[in-house]
Design a protein around this ligand. Structure first.
Ligand SMILES: Nc1nc2c(ncn2[C@@H]2O[C@H](COP(=O)(O)OP(=O)(O)O)[C@@H](O)[C@H]2O)c(=O)[nH]1
Ligand SMILES: [Mg+2]
Length: 219
């Protein structure tokens, strides 16, 4: 009985996720769901990628956190519309929350929505939000042995940003071993090595993302 309820919740989430995707497509808005453990660098990535992306695109950010609006405060003044979702204990965002947040935005005046998911390396994997691109920010400080241990988050990502690479030696991380393990479980994902604190390390990622958005807008 309990299993049936859970399955229904998932089916409903996927249906709302598809509705979100169609709604955003209707406005030619490209949506990016950024996932990771707490502290892996999602907000730092946004702070520094926005410098490049906002030169060309009108952007909104939906911030997901259990409590507080600290990340939204960090991103204020970066020329992006902001909506904060507080899940009040919930460990992931779901499609209905995104639909509600979208009601707070002027969709006619946007090219991109970044969604910063709740920091968690387990639950967000199961919830389609209606995004076009799912990004996993993985901080190497968490070790080079995690992809197979936390498989769903790694194999459902379209892009994996391996972050804090300047700390690899200090943390005794073998970046090639980490990438090889990611490739074994997700051969198709795009991988970039970054230090989100250093905007120069984001150029390859920013340029690639710009290309994806350009292609989507033409389609
Ligand atoms: N050394 C280093 N620290 C980073 C890097 N990216 C983020 N951080 C730090 O990691 C901490 C958590 O980052 P934050 O962006 O808040 O992570 P979030 O919880 O995923 O949004 C902050 O103190 C950041 O300054 C990086 O590339 N290198
Ligand atoms: Mg954050």
């Amino acid at each position: 009985m309990e299993i049936k309820v859970l399955k229904n919740v998932m089916i409903k989430n996927d249906a709302v996720g598809n509705d979100n995707r169609k709604r955003f497509k209707g406005h030619k808005i490209y949506t990016i769901n950024i996932t990771s453990s707490p502290g892996a660098g999602k907000t730092t990535l946004l702070e520094n990628s926005l410098k490049y992306i906002n030169k060309k695109y009108r952007t909104a950010i939906i911030e997901g956190d259990l409590y507080t609006s600290r990340d939204a405060e960090r991103l204020a003044g970066k020329n992006a519309a902001l909506v904060q979702i507080n899940t009040e204990g919930g460990c992931h965002l779901d499609a209905r929350m995104i639909s509600g947040a979208a009601n707070e935005l002027d969709l006619n005046d946007l090219d991109i929505i970044f969604i910063e998911n709740v920091g968690n390396l387990v639950c967000p994997a199961g919830f389609d939000l209606g995004e076009n691109l799912r990004v996993l920010v993985y901080s190497i400080t968490e070790g080079d042995d995690k992809p197979k241990k936390y498989l769903p988050m790694f194999n459902k990502a379209d892009v994996i940003l391996i972050n804090k690479i300047e700390l690899a030696d200090i943390c005794k991380i073998n970046l090639n071993k980490l990438e090889t393990e990611i490739r074994e479980i997700n051969p198709k994902c795009k991988i970039f090595r970054i230090s989100a604190v250093n905007p120069d390390s984001l150029i390859e990622w920013d340029t690639w993302l710009d290309e994806q958005i350009g292609e989507y807008k033409k389609s």
